[in-house]
Design a protein around this ligand. Structure first.
Ligand SMILES: [Zn+2]
Length: 375
């Protein structure tokens, strides 16, 4: 019986991503991350787009790698968020406007332990920018691919309102589940109708400032996210707010379409704006790194052998994650354990078949969605 229960849990947990136990600060849902990286390719200038289109499947599928390893690799988890409001009491304003932008200054003021404990996403975006620039300078195709996919992930995370607060899942305001609701459920339901004509990538003079501006914009949207969900919850009875949906043969309790639509309408395009901002910023950063890296001729790097190298590296990396997870070397904060660890452990832990099913679901969803999308 126990074994059976484990199997059921095993199959169900990844599907509960957006509801019962959403991962702690997971990020945009996998679906949105993949879409953001994919669409960023189309913002690039002719000198870059051939290379990026050539590897668009890699850039799309590996947009989720940083999340896949966050419970296996030490120091990974804080790179995805910043609980900027925990510092508010130290400033006479919202800390998001006042915190030191330079890492060294921030460490001097708050200590590295504190920064790591409450998240470092804007600083990490800047670190990734420097790494990607170096990869362009070195004409290192495999690293250009890997770092492009990964910086896309962190940039997208920095644009999510619930990645900028200690109340990341509404757990402090009795709105548990709101994280996955906003970043997974809403994009999956409504992003096919978004306008993703973003325009051309532009050079960013100050990437450090740009990384912080994303966090500021996301944080300014946070109040509406929490407030509107609260208002609507008063208008919907529990049986209208939630529903049971079937996903790849598994029944999942989730927010009803009616409640989702009401919330989405009330947000008046907020999710679309944050997604568009993410896509634009990813394109801008890729372009800026290429310019700062000396504008190498990428048409010389189209050989698919780079993909083989990358795939080998990823395979090896995943093997190590599995080992590390099995060793349980990585400690997470107690509340992370409570909200997400089990779910996120599944994909690369014992329950690989559940991950495969979830991934197959995502792949299908993305394919259907791409057909419908404007491009
Ligand atoms: Zn993330």
């Amino acid at each position: 019986m126990k074994k059976r229960l484990f199997l059921v849990l095993c199959l169900c947990l990844p599907f509960l991503h957006g509801f019962v136990t959403p991962p702690k600060k997971s990020n945009w849902g996998f679906f949105a991350h993949q879409r953001i990286n994919r669409l960023a390719v189309f913002t690039l200038p002719p000198e870059m787009i051939t290379f990026y289109k050539n590897f668009i499947v890699y850039l799309t599928e590996n947009a989720i790698n940083p999340d896949a390893r966050r419970y296996a690799v030490k120091g990974e988890a804080p790179r995805h968020f910043i609980d900027v409001d925990v510092y508010d009491h130290m400033y006479n304003d919202s800390a998001v406007y006042k915190m030191p932008r330079r890492w060294k200054d921030a460490v001097a003021k708050h200590t590295e332990d504190t920064l790591q404990a409450y998240g470092i996403v804007p600083w990490h975006v800047y670190v990734m920018k420097r790494r990607l620039t170096r990869a362009f300078k070195n004409r290192d195709a495999a690293n250009i691919l890997r770092l492009s996919a990964e910086i896309g992930h962190y940039i997208a995370d920095s644009n999510v309102p619930l990645h900028t607060t200690e109340n990341y899942n509404g757990q402090l305001t009795n709105q548990r589940g709101i994280h996955g609701f906003w970043e997974s459920r809403l994009p999956e339901l409504f992003s096919d109708d978004y306008n993703f004509f973003i325009g051309k990538a532009k050079y960013i003079k100050n990437t450090q400032q740009a990384a912080w501006q994303a966090v500021i914009n996301a944080h300014e949207a946070l109040d509406s996210v929490l407030k509107f969900e609260r208002i609507l919850t008063q208008k919907f009875s529990a049986d209208k707010k939630y529903t049971i949906e079937e996903r790849s043969g598994v029944n999942v309790r989730t927010y009803s379409k009616q409640f989702s639509a009401a919330f989405h309408n009330m947000l008046s395009g907020q999710v679309e704006r944050r997604m568009r901002a993410s896509i634009k910023m990813v394109g801008d950063f890729w372009f800026t790194c290429w310019v700062d890296g000396g504008q190498p001729d990428l048409t010389k790097l189209l050989d698919k052998k780079y993909l083989e190298q990358e795939n080998k590296r990823i395979e090896e990396e995943r093997r190590k994650w599995r080992e590390q997870q099995q060793d349980k070397k990585i400690k997470t904060r107690p509340h992370e354990m409570a909200f997400g660890r089990k779910v996120m452990q599944m994909p690369h832990g014992r329950c690989c078949h559940a991950y495969t099913r979830y991934y197959a679901y995502l792949r299908k969803k993305m394919q259907d969605s791409n057909k419908k999308a404007k491009r």
